[in-house]
Design a protein around this ligand. Structure first.
Ligand code: ADP
Length: 453
């Protein structure tokens, strides 16, 4: 590329100098020819007269040739061509009516030639031939070419240096990124790549840092989950151990022993429920990560699901004289998995019963607005304090630990609901009921069976 630029610059410079030389030589030749205007034939006499009038033209050689090609005047005194036929190509071309000019540069000398016909009316009666060897212009060309060569060499060197510096910087950055990847592979997610700039490496480093942040957060969440789960499992296990120790150590009557064994049974039930919920949560999470398959979706009529949930929970509600009421609009279908919908509505209604007052009410409303299906679960229970509302969807979170435990809760029900709702493209919110109690609202996209079929 640089070589090409170098050649191009040299050629351009030469062309410019040739052009200026051509103009100057042509002007001089024209001056001579115009001095012959009105002359019928060229003779040694009128030629000598014209030359004496013009004086020194400041060129290397001036030849004036007549119509036969014979030299009438030659400014060279040594080896003069006067009286001889001039066998120069430029002269022959000028005699044929052409203005001729060309230049040649070699060894620091610029040699230029010009030949112009002398006309009588429209026919040439002779020609003027001028040649000039210009040492000064030759030197200018020589020094310009030398400078251009130097500049391009400098630029080539600079380019090589820049490429080297760029390659070194790139390889250093790549090395830094690869070293950080090694650390991340070893599990050091808190290591960050310090790399500024908006080039590809900077962006790659930024993406790497985001990725390790996410890995770190997910590892932290996993650790927290394991620690919370073990803590939660420890409590019923400790109760079972305490109760069984008491049975073994104390000499108790049959009635007390039966009570203790029943307590052991209910703690075991709690452990089973918790294990089931942990499994449900893991299932919801694994599907969330792998995205649900479209083929698994089916058209689910939510009014049917609510009916099934009520059937299951009526015995629990009856124990505390809690009424279950339902208001349902027609045509409430969603495209989802029936098990997910059942689990969501079951957990919400079960909570509405569990955290209700004796003799209270649970009201489920199923509605359809435009392209949305809404399920509202309202209870007249203890309510959720405002500061706790933001945390109830977290795993193992309980507003009132004693009450939750007493109600057989694990702190996992709402987090399962939250994951399942998200997985089915829905939204869940809760609000305080002014007269006391809570209202949970879940929305899903409506699926119009008729249109889709
Ligand atoms: P749990 O298994 O303890 O019920 P959840 O995740 O279902 O766990 O609920 C988390 C906490 O939110 C519960 O411990 C309870 O304190 C509170 N909660 C949930 N639903 C209600 C409700 N309808 N009324 C009052 N408190 C509720």
């Amino acid at each position: 590329m640089l070589l090409f630029l170098n050649d191009y610059a040299s050629a351009l410079t030469r062309q410019l100098l040739y052009r200026s030389k051509e103009t100057s030589l042509q002007d001089k030749a024209q001056l001579v020819t115009s001095s012959f205007s009105g002359v019928d034939t060229l003779t040694p006499e009128n030629t000598a007269q014209v030359i004496s009038v013009l004086g020194d033209l400041n060129v290397t050689r001036v030849l004036i040739v007549d119509g036969e090609g014979c030299a009438l005047y030659d400014s060279l005194t040594q080896r003069s061509a006067v009286g001889k036929f001039v066998l120069l190509r430029e002269v022959a071309e000028a005699m044929a009516g052409q203005n001729v000019f060309y230049s040649r540069y070699a060894d620091g000398l610029l040699t230029s030639y010009a030949a112009v016909p002398i006309y009588l009316y429209d026919s040439p009666i002779g020609c003027v031939y001028i040649s000039d060897v210009d040492e000064d212009l030759g030197e200018i060309i020589q020094s310009l070419e030398r400078n251009i060569a130097r500049i391009s060499l400098g630029m080539e060197l600079l380019m090589v240096l820049c490429s080297l510096a760029f390659a070194l910087a790139s390889s250093r950055k790549m090395h830094k990124i690869l070293a950080s990847m090694d650390l991340a592979r070893e599990g050091e997610y808190n290591h960050k790549i310090q790399m500024h700039g908006t080039d590809e490496y900077g962006r790659l480093a930024g993406e790497f840092n985001k990725l390790t942040d996410r890995l770190q957060a997910s590892e932290q969440a996993q650790r927290q989950f394991v620690s919370d789960a073990s803590h939660e499992l420890k409590t019923p296990l400790a109760s079972i151990k305490l109760l069984s120790d008491s049975i073994l150590q104390n000499d108790m009557d049959a009635e007390t022993m039966r009570e203790f064994v029943a307590d052991i049974g209910s703690e075991a039930d709690r452990l089973t429920r918790m294990a089931q919920k942990l499994l449900a949560l893991t299932k919801a999470e694994s599907v969330k990560e792998g995205e649900q398959k479209e083929a698994d979706h089916e058209v689910v009529d939510l009014s049917r699901v609510i009916g099934q949930v009520f059937k299951m929970l009526i015995p629990l509600a009856d124990q505390r004289e809690i009424s279950l009421r339902c208001t349902m609009e027609k045509d409430c279908t969603v495209l989802s998995m029936e098990d997910d919908m059942y689990q969501i509505i079951f957990n919400l209604v079960e909570n509405a019963v569990k955290y209700n007052k004796d003799g209270g009410l649970v009201h489920v409303r199923l509605g359809h607005q435009d392209d949305e299906i809404t399920v509202e679960v309202e209870d007249t229970g203890v309510g959720i304090p405002e500061d706790a509302a933001a945390h109830v969807f977290e795993r193992f979170y309980r507003v009132d630990k004693a009450r939750s435990r007493q109600a057989g809760g694990s702190g996992l029900g709402l987090s399962i609901v939250h994951d399942l709702v998200k997985r089915n493209f829905g939204e869940i919110t809760l609000r305080h009921r002014p007269e006391g109690g809570t209202i949970f609202t879940v929305t899903f996209p409506y699926f119009d069976v008729e249109v889709e079929e």
